[in-house]
Design a protein around this ligand. Structure first.
Ligand SMILES: [Zn+2]
Ligand SMILES: [Zn+2]
Length: 221
């Protein structure tokens, strides 16, 4: 569960419900943020996992959404209500979340309905900065898997930590995927030279070479 002294995996297969994509917790000083929310089927367990890291869920200021898909956002509405956190997502995906679009968010694939919610901070353009506990988290637009996919990049324990969920795709017309954008985004991810890659469905890759190798395999897609 502990990835660095400030970054933890608190949700995803095995930790919360099996259909959840990974949920990560970043704790900088007395403020925390979650990266993605899972489907929201086991919020009690998610909150218990957060407490186990020594973090009070009430200190979670942001939910940093990587993209609009249900396995990453289904739980957002409830977390927003219970914790009063601010949701952050790219402008190009935000509309599907606010409208509860079950096709573009892939909720239909899970036989579910997305609980719509307001996106408090709509990221625009190719990069943005979020401050958490006085430290920087960078958001980079990496379209392809979805139009408004973003990755979050920060430094912890002297290491570059990259939260890049669904690096593997898939690309699908109903998700408004775009292959050309996707390949360009993969190259951007390689340029970052992350020391730790926190992925949505394939776990955590430690070490520059491991992270690079994981990303590189999808360039042939
Ligand atoms: Zn996805
Ligand atoms: Zn996913």
């Amino acid at each position: 569960m502990e990835i660095t002294s400030e970054v933890f995996q608190v949700g995803g297969g095995g930790l919360t419900s099996p259909e959840d994509a990974a949920i990560y917790l970043i704790r900088f000083g007395d403020e925390a943020a979650l990266v993605d929310s899972g489907c929201g089927n086991d919020t009690e367990r998610l909150l218990a996992n957060i407490r186990k890291t020594g973090t009070d869920p009430k200190t979670i200021r942001y939910l940093l959404i990587t993209h609009c898909h249900y396995d990453h956002t289904g739980g957002a509405s409830e977390l927003k209500k219970r914790l009063g956190l601010k949701t952050v997502a790219h402008d190009l995906d935000a509309g599907y979340l606010e409208a509860g679009d079950n096709r573009v968010t892939a909720a239909g694939w899970y036989g579910a309905k997305l609980q719509p919610f307001t996106v408090d901070n709509r990221l625009k353009g190719s990069r943005a900065e979020i401050l958490l506990g006085g430290r920087k988290i960078e958001a980079l637009h990496t379209p392809g898997h979805s139009p408004g996919s973003v990755v979050y990049l920060t430094e912890s324990d002297g290491k570059k930590v990259l939260f890049a969920q669904d690096v593997h795709g898939p690309l699908d017309q109903s998700l408004l995927s775009n292959r050309k954008d996707y390949l360009k985004s993969l190259r951007l991810l390689l340029d970052i030279e992350a020391d730790i890659l926190c992925e949505g469905h394939y776990g955590v890759y430690r070490g520059r070479e491991e992270a690079e190798e994981f990303i590189r395999q999808f360039l042939g897609h």
